[in-house]
Design a protein around this ligand. Structure first.
Ligand SMILES: *Cc1c(COP(=O)(O)O)cnc(C)c1O
Length: 405
């Protein structure tokens, strides 16, 4: 559990990315963060034994309750999101699970988007109801639908924008206001696609931000992690229950890798956006491509909202092709030279993957007929999800031409 000793709210983002949570080590004068792998810590005075005792103690006791390198990353993430505190977990899904199951109880009602990240969609659909949490699936790009879904028992509104993989956005400020006016306690935003460089959901009224650190914040495809950022009091309570009891803590080694990755997040996001814009324009003009969904293109159905809510359009897009998606995907597996045909996203190298609508429908979402029609309007018969890396855009365009021409 981290509160930053070095956090400084007046730092600009680029400075906070480098310096927040970091300090010269008093013992060695090391300038870069140490990797502290120790699981246990020898207190200077007698302390208690349980997690509850440890919460009141200022130092570290045991790795599952908190550890130094993880705390440094937590301080950096809190600074980047403009939050009071952060908690790190072993993966993005572990962070989502900790937040949802740490905050909700049997009989509580949760609203989730009707198309969002598969792991969290499946958690909501298959697992949470077994624990007595009621779930509604709503098109969160339509505030009136969210409003209609609210019940007296609704405790949490879960948002994801832009959503994986549909690239659908939702208006955080508007939905947070509606939710709070209607008595919903928690508005949580999965901001993995946007990153704090594009959007700071807490400043728009959200109570919690969730990240898969595995993606942009780590940025190099070599460490899994997740985080929840929010108010200190609520995260202290969440740490005590969800972190300590569920136990999905981040390894210090991964925290150390992600700390290093996060330092370059602002400049990487600029490079992602610049390359993505060029690639998106190329795709939009390509005869094989029927549709491109990129928030930075005026053709995105929610471009106006994107321009208002995102300071950076990020590197994520989807597109559809005239030829059968699976045929093009087979060519990609064989013929792409730079872009890796692989899942995940937000890495420095470009990644692409075919996501068939039927597969998604069968495995992930629970839609009524009207929702299915709207999902098909957005995702057609499947999309290529392209995560544009920080390579030179002309090399990426040449690579895509190889499989599309
Ligand atoms: C990948 C992803 C997650 C899950 O993160 P993991 O680190 O893979 O557990 C959650 N939300 C979004 C939007 C993602 O892209």
């Amino acid at each position: 559990m981290a509160t930053s000793k070095t956090g400084n709210r007046d730092w600009q983002t680029e400075t906070a990315a480098v310096h927040a949570g970091e300090f010269v080590d008093p013992a060695t004068r090391a300038s870069s963060p140490n990797l502290v792998m120790s699981v246990t810590f020898a207190p200077e005075t007698l302390t208690g034994f349980s997690a509850r005792d440890e919460q009141g103690y200022d130092g570290f006791i045991y790795g599952r309750v908190g550890s130094p390198t993880v705390a440094q990353l937590e301080a950096k993430l809190a600074a980047l999101e403009g939050g009071e505190a952060a908690l790190c977990y072993a993966s993005g899904v572990a962070a989502a699970h900790a937040l949802i199951c740490g905050r909700l109880s049997r009989g509580d009602h949760l609203i989730v988007p009707d198309a969002n990240y598969v792991g969290i969609a499946e958690l909501a659909r298959d697992t949470l109801p077994r624990y007595g949490i009621e779930v509604s699936y709503v098109d969160t790009s339509r505030p009136e639908d969210v409003e209609r879904a609210i019940r007296p028992s609704t405790r949490m509104l879960w948002l994801e924008t832009p959503a994986n993989p549909t690239m659908r956005l939702c208006d955080i400020a508007l939905l947070a206001r509606i939710a709070h006016e209607r008595g919903i306690r928690d508005v949580a935003v999965d901001s993995t696609y946007a990153t704090p460089i594009a959007t700071q959901p807490l400043s728009l009224g959200a109570d919690f931000v969730v990240h898969s650190l595995t993606k942009y914040i780590s940025g190099h495809g070599d460490a899994m992690g997740g985080a929840v950022i929010g108010r200190k009091q609520e995260l202290d309570a969440l740490n005590l229950e969800a972190t300590v009891h569920f136990g999905g803590v981040l390894s210090p080694f991964n925290a150390w890798l992600i700390l290093r990755g996060a330092a370059t997040l602002p400049i990487r996001m600029r490079a992602h956006e610049e390359a993505a814009m060029e690639v998106a324009r190329f795709l939009e003009g390509h005869p094989q491509v029927t549709r491109v969904f990129y928030p930075g293109l005026p053709s995105h159905p929610q471009h106006e909202l994107a321009a208002r809510q995102m300071r950076n359009f990020s590197g994520m897009m989807t597109f559809q092709t005239r030829s059968k998606g699976t045929d093009i995907a087979s060519r990609m597996v064989k013929d792409l030279e730079i872009i890796h045909y692989a899942v995940s996203l937000g890495h420095h190298r470009s990644l692409i993957y075919w996501i068939g609508t039927d597969d998604i429908q069968a495995s992930t979402f629970r839609h009524d007929a009207e929702q299915l029609r709207r999902y098909r309007d957005f995702a057609g018969d499947g999309v290529f999800r392209l995560s544009v890396g920080i390579e030179n855009a002309s090399d990426l365009i040449a690579d895509l031409s190889r499989v599309l021409d």
